[in-house]
Design a protein. Structure first.
Length: 467
């Protein structure tokens, strides 16, 4: 790849992506009846991983796994390497690398390979190199994750992008970003009496206007943008010894698990048809080696080996509140299990203690598809019952030390905090017992905000405490 580059000039915002976590990918594979490498000891590669923060977030909770991220941006790699060093994460490597080179020279095997936010934003030569690289290093039982802007929704986004890029032609840097945001805000304002297609385009423009500068600059103003049809992506993967498994987005779980026996071609055709019905905008497609014959009806015996999580609150016998909105469950056993999950959050409960029938498995799969329940191949990597020497995630403590505005939890979720809680996180380094922790907290300027023991419990519920 050339053009190093706008990513060095304008920083792309750091982020973590829970759907890329090996424990999530392994859980989806289990639903298909497939054995996959243990995430706890896996080798994980992220292609064009920017600053490597996504893998650093995983590494904090999987100390025996090994993670490698490469990117062409020297600035991003330098930021990531500094964070990894500050956190003391010896199991993460963040290096400079070119996909075109790695596709021809990479050595070894990786059990989980991630290419997130890349495929639809690069020329054909780079897309082809991505497949060559995956084919070169994916282990026999591994999983590859490739995300991309999808058709047909991508066509709507393309129309808005074209409009904005015409408006900012000739502008550079901050002036270009400011003008683009101005155009998007004006265009996204609702107007009466419009055709539905105009309304649809304005709804596409609204979230673009809300993006931060880095995402707006690289996502909406970039030269390269090639939304992909699922069937075409699967065909390209097939030319490099890869077969379609499913999608990592919960609401698209039926793409690979249609609930009836189909061959792979029928599965892809049905998923492609559903994209046009739903006007799909994005895919997080998963691939495995051909010949593994994944089940297309969920292997319910596999539920026994999985864990579930749910951030819900029970408001009645069958009623619950959730971030997606209130809902009701008419199965008392499922409702009781959801209640237990909500009380345990962020802990994960073994499905072996709950699943007793195929109907209950189907109910859980539906809740997963509605983003109410999460499936995991591993227990929660932290604790909600901290010990006598509470220790916060090393990544979070490093982020606090480096004054990063956003923190990322052990389950890769965004956490924002004021100065007081941030200071308390610094104290939770595993060297202080509860008495010393309380003493040092009380001696700080924030010590009157909340008792130390209560603060520890709050951080644990935010998925920030290892032990």
């Amino acid at each position: 790849m050339t053009d190093t580059f706008s990513y060095d000039a304008v920083e792309y915002p750091a982020a973590t992506y829970p759907s890329t976590h090996p424990a999530h990918l392994a859980a989806i594979a289990h639903l298909h009846g497939l054995a996959v490498p243990d995430p706890r000891t896996a080798r994980v590669l992220e292609i064009a991983g920017g600053d490597g923060l996504n893998l650093a977030g995983m590494a904090a909770g999987l100390p025996d796994a090994h993670f490698t991220s490469f990117d062409l941006s020297q600035a991003a790699v330098s930021r990531g390497a500094a964070l990894v060093e500050e956190a003391g994460l010896a199991n993460v490597g963040v290096v400079v690398g070119d996909i075109l080179d790695w596709a021809n020279t990479a050595a070894g095997q990786y059990d989980y390979i991630i290419a997130h936010g890349l495929y639809a934003w690069v020329p054909e030569a780079v897309r082809a190199a991505t497949w060559r690289l995956i084919d070169r290093v994916l282990s026999p039982e591994g999983i590859a994750f490739v995300s991309y802007n999808a058709q047909p929704g991508g066509f709507l986004r393309m129309a808005v992008r074209d409009m904005v890029r015409r408006e900012v032609a000739g502008l550079e840097g901050a002036e270009r970003i400011e003008k683009a945001r101005e155009v998007l805000r004006e265009y996204s304002a609702e107007r009466e009496g419009e055709r539905m297609v105009q309304q649809a385009l304005r709804k596409v423009a609204a979230p673009m206007a809300a993006k931060n500068d880095g995402a707006l600059y690289h996502d909406e103003l970039s030269d390269a943008y090639y939304p992909q049809a699922l069937a075409e992506v699967v065909a390209a993967a097939g030319e490099h010894n890869l077969a379609f498994l499913n999608d990592a987005v919960p609401k698209m779980i039926t793409d690979g698990l249609p609930g009836e026996d189909m061959d792979d071609a029928e599965v892809v055709a049905a998923a492609q048809a559903s994209d046009y019905e739903a006007v799909a905008f994005f895919h997080q497609s998963l691939f495995v080696r051909p010949g593994r014959n994944p089940a297309r009806i969920a292997d319910f015996s596999a539920f026994q080996d999985l864990y579930a999580s749910a951030k819900v609150e029970r408001t009645g016998d069958s009623e619950f509140d959730h971030a997606e909105g209130p809902f009701a469950i008419d199965d008392a056993a499922v409702a009781d299990f959801l209640d237990a999950l909500g009380k345990a959050w962020p802990e994960r409960l073994s499905l072996a203690q709950f699943v007793g029938s195929q109907d209950q498995c189907e109910a859980l799969l539906e809740l997963y598809g509605n983003s109410v329940v999460g499936f995991h191949a591993l227990p929660f990597p932290g604790t909600t019952q901290p010990g006598q020497r509470p220790e916060a995630s090393p990544l979070v403590r490093a982020q606090v030390a480096m004054r990063m505005p956003i923190l990322f939890s052990l389950d890769l979720k965004v956490v924002t905090m004021q100065d007081g809680p941030r200071y308390f996180l610094k104290l939770c380094d595993g060297t202080r017992d509860r008495e010393a922790l309380a003493r040092d907290w009380q001696a700080s300027e924030y010590g009157d905000q909340v008792p130390a023991d209560a603060a520890v419990e709050q951080l644990a519920k935010a998925a920030l405490i290892l032990n």
